[in-house]
Design a protein around this ligand. Sequence first.
Ligand SMILES: NC(=O)c1ccc[n+]([C@@H]2O[C@H](COP(=O)([O-])OP(=O)(O)OC[C@H]3O[C@@H](n4cnc5c(N)ncnc54)[C@H](O)[C@@H]3O)[C@@H](O)[C@H]2O)c1
Length: 345
Amino acid sequence: MNVLLTGAAGFIGSHVAERYLRDGDAVIGVDNLCTGSVNNLVHARTHDTFSFVEADIAEDWLALEAHVKGLGFVPDLVLHMASPASPIDYAELPLQTLAVNSRGTQNCSAAALRWKARMLFASTSESYGDPKEHPQRETYWGNVNPVGPRSCYDEAKRFGEALMMAQIRKAGLDGRIIRIFNTYGPRMRANDGRVVPNFVTQALQGQPLTIYGDGMQTRSFCYVDDLVEGIYLCAASEKTHGIVVNLGNPEEYTIRRFAEMVCDIVGVSLNIVMRDIPTDDPTRRCPDITRAKELLGWQPRVPVREGLERTIAYFRGGSGHIVAQTRPHLRQRYDRSATEADRAQ
Ligand SMILES: NC(=O)c1ccc[n+]([C@@H]2O[C@H](COP(=O)([O-])OP(=O)(O)OC[C@H]3O[C@@H](n4cnc5c(N)ncnc54)[C@H](O)[C@@H]3O)[C@@H](O)[C@H]2O)c1
């Protein structure tokens, strides 16, 4: 099978690439490296059937499609994972976040139709906003502030979902949508601002852990290998055509309890600093994964403690690469040629 994967150099995308490559599939990974890194592709690049194209899928689509065609590559599956995903990234890149989930999704879905390919769109639990229903089922419409500081991400993903549904209903796209809940694991950026890398790097550096609010807000944490398996099954299934599937770990933790677990594994005593809770930060977040269980036979297998141990080992190894939070090229229009990264190989 030929897979076109957007966001391939990101945390989740790089793991997804390896899942398909291990099966013998051919993968073209596309990424503009705005939040990802080619370092994440070291393993993927050991496969002959992998190639990487540096391109912005919202801005450079024509060049990208011409490049793919030039390689004689006709995708059977389009996995659209590209998007800034952490709050500090999308606060830094609000317009790009809106563009990649709107224009980027339009570009991917229109090409998937031309290629007669199946498409999976990676949406998010942020589609539910600060939920009033608990746990969140796919049928819940959400509680989203359309003009708040998170809206560039939440509403972009909701628009992407609406666009997918329009393409499915009107044009016959073989599409499906996943809503990913908090996922963690190796290759998260140490400074991406999300709770797992925050806590882990602070604990490893012997610093106090930063807790926003009273720490009684809850999150559920899914280990990346489990998520990747869910993505793989969802993309392969005939039963998920035209529907949304939650993928996440329903085991719910208060942030405070999670901080205690991180410190316990690292072997330091819990020391915290409290900060004001960010605007529109959800108070509870937990997926109902009945649909994924019934349709895909999927549920997370890696216990949170075990996943954390593996993640902490990764960060201990020093490979939690810390990238600058603002890069000069982020502020420019992405107009580089689609093959820049190939030349660097
Ligand atoms: N990690 C999570 O917990 C989580 C939760 C919900 C949803 N998601 C979704 O999963 C996907 C991957 O998230 P992640 O955590 O791996 O984030 P990430 O930032 O590590 O990866 C995203 C990748 O997309 C690339 N990208 C962004 N805009 C692009 C564009 N216009 N063109 C080409 N590439 C572009 C980035 O450079 C990066 O490599 C995202 O769509 C995100 O919204 C992630």
